[in-house]
Ligand binder design. Structure first.
Ligand code: NAP
Length: 326
C-alpha cells in the first residue's frame, strides 16, 4: 500500500484540502467500512492548519493499514517464527487482520487456526498469495529458492521476508513482479510484544505492523541490517551464560527453582539498565558495575585475561562472514 506516496502528497502540498479528500477517497475504496473516515475528513477539512492536516493523514493511513479489516496477511512457512508473530498479533495487538497460513507444520497451523478466529489455513502456498496483499516469507533459508520460484506473485504484493541470510535483492528477484520487498528480522519474544524488529529498507507499513508488537529499528543500508543480524546469533550463548550460573548455584546447594528465579530477576533488572541510564554506553555500564577490587571486577578481569571476549568477537566476525557470503 503506497503509504509513503500519501505522505509525500500530503507534505508536498500542505494545507490543500483537496489532497486530504484524495486520501480519504482512496482509503474509502480500500476500506469501505472504516466508520470514522468521513467524520474525520470533514473535521480536518475545516482546519486551516497545514501541519495538522498532514499529521492526521499519516495517522489515518497507519491505522487503517495495520488494524483495518483490509489487511490480508499471508505466511509462507508456518514454523516457530510465524507462530510467534500470529500469537503476538492476537494477544498483544488485538488484531482484526485476517491471516492465511500455508498448510505446513500442520500442528502449529491447526493450533493457530483453532485458537484465533482471524486465522485460517490455505490449501497451498499459491492460495496464500492469491488471497493476501501482504505476504511474509518464513521458510528456512536453505529451501527459500526452491519454494519461491514456483509461486506467482503479483505486482501489488507487499513481500516481507523474514528469511535470515538471504539478501533483499535475491528475494526481490524470486518474488518478481512484486514491487514492495522489505526484509524484517523479529525475535521470538514478539509473541509477548517484546523485543525489537529490524526493518530494511524503511517502510511505513512494515514498521507500523511490527511497531504493534514491540520496538522497530529501521535501517537504510543493507550492511547495517547484516551487522545487526549478527547480534541475533547471540541468544543461545546468552542462555548458556545464565545456565552456567544456574548450574554453579545448584552445585552449591541452592534449590533449582530459587536459583532460576534469582537469575531471571537479576538479568531482567540488568536488561533495564541501558534504558534507565540512556547516556551510558556499555563500556561505562561494565565499569560502573566493576567496583575496584570487588568481585565483579575479578570475574571481568579473569575472563578478559583469558581472552573470552576476544574469542566472542571473533565468533561475531565468523557469523558476519557467513551472512555476507550467503
Ligand atoms: N525462529 C526465529 O526466532 C527466527 C528469527 C528471525 C528470523 N527467522 C527466520 O525465519 C524463517 C523461519 O524460521 P522458523 O524458526 O520459523 O523455522 P521453522 O520453525 O523451521 O519453520 C519453517 C517452516 O517452513 C515450512 N516449510 C517447509 N517447506 C515448505 C514449503 N515448501 N512451503 C511452505 N512452507 C514450507 C515448514 O513446514 P514443515 O514443518 O511442514 O516442514 C515450517 O512451517 C527462517 O528463514 C529463519 O531464518 C527465524
Amino acid at each position: 500500500m503506497p503509504i509513503s506516496g500519501v505522505l509525500m502528497q500530503a507534505n508536498a502540498r500542505p494545507g490543500r484540502l483537496a489532497i486530504v479528500t484524495t486520501v480519504i477517497r482512496w482509503k474509502d475504496r480500500c476500506i469501505p467500512s472504516l466508520p470514522s473516515t468521513r467524520a474525520w475528513g470533514s473535521r480536518s477539512g475545516r482546519s486551516q492548519d497545514a501541519g495538522t492536516v498532514s499529521v492526521h493523514v499519516v495517522l489515518l493511513a497507519c491505522k487503517t493499514s495495520i488494524a483495518g479489516t483490509s489487511m490480508k496477511l499471508g505466511f509462507i512457512g508456518t514454523g516457530a517464527l510465524t507462530a510467534a508473530i500470529v500469537t503476538g498479533l492476537n494477544s498483544v495487538a488485538a488484531s482484526d487482520i485476517s491471516v492465511l497460513l500455508s498448510p505446513r507444520s500442520k500442528d502449529i497451523a491447526a493450533g493457530l487456526a483453532s485458537r484465533y478466529p482471524n486465522v485460517r489455513v490455505a490449501a497451498d502456498n499459491q492460495e496464500v498469495l492469491d488471497d493476501c496483499d501482504t505476504v511474509m516469507l518464513a521458510v528456512r533459508p536453505q529451501i527459500a529458492r526452491e519454494v519461491l520460484r514456483d509461486l506467482r506473485f503479483r505486482r501489488d504484493h507487499h513481500v516481507v521476508s523474514l528469511i535470515a541470510i538471504v539478501s533483499r535483492e535475491d528475494i526481490a528477484a524470486l518474488t518478481a513482479p512484486a514491487e514492495q520487498v522489505t526484509k524484517a528480522l523479529p525475535m521470538p519474544m514478539i509473541a509477548h510484544g517484546l523485543g525489537a524488529t529490524i526493518v530494511y529498507p524503511p517502510n511505513p507499513d512494515t514498521a507500523a505492523f511490527f511497531g504493534k508488537l514491540g520496538k522497530v529499528i529501521e535501517v537504510e543500508k543493507p550492511g547495517e541490517f547484516d551487522a545487526l543480524s549478527v547480534a541475533t546469533a547471540t541468544y543461545a550463548s546468552y542462555f548458556k551464560y545464565l545456565d552456567t550460573i544456574h548450574t554453579w548455584l545448584k552445585d552449591h546447594g541452592v534449590a533449582e527453582a530459587k536459583a532460576r528465579d534469582y537469575i531471571a530477576s537479576l538479568f531482567k533488572a540488568l536488561g533495564n539498565a541501558p534504558e534507565t541510564l540512556p547516556d551510558a554506553d556499555f563500556t561505562h555500564l561494565a565499569q560502573d558495575y566493576a567496583t575496584r577490587g570487588g568481585i565483579n571486577e575479578q570475574i571481568l578481569r579473569e575472563l578478559t585475561e583469558r581472552k573470552v571476549f576476544e574469542v566472542f568477537a571473533e565468533s561475531l566476525d565468523g557469523v558476519h562472514r557467513r551472512i555476507l557470503a550467503s
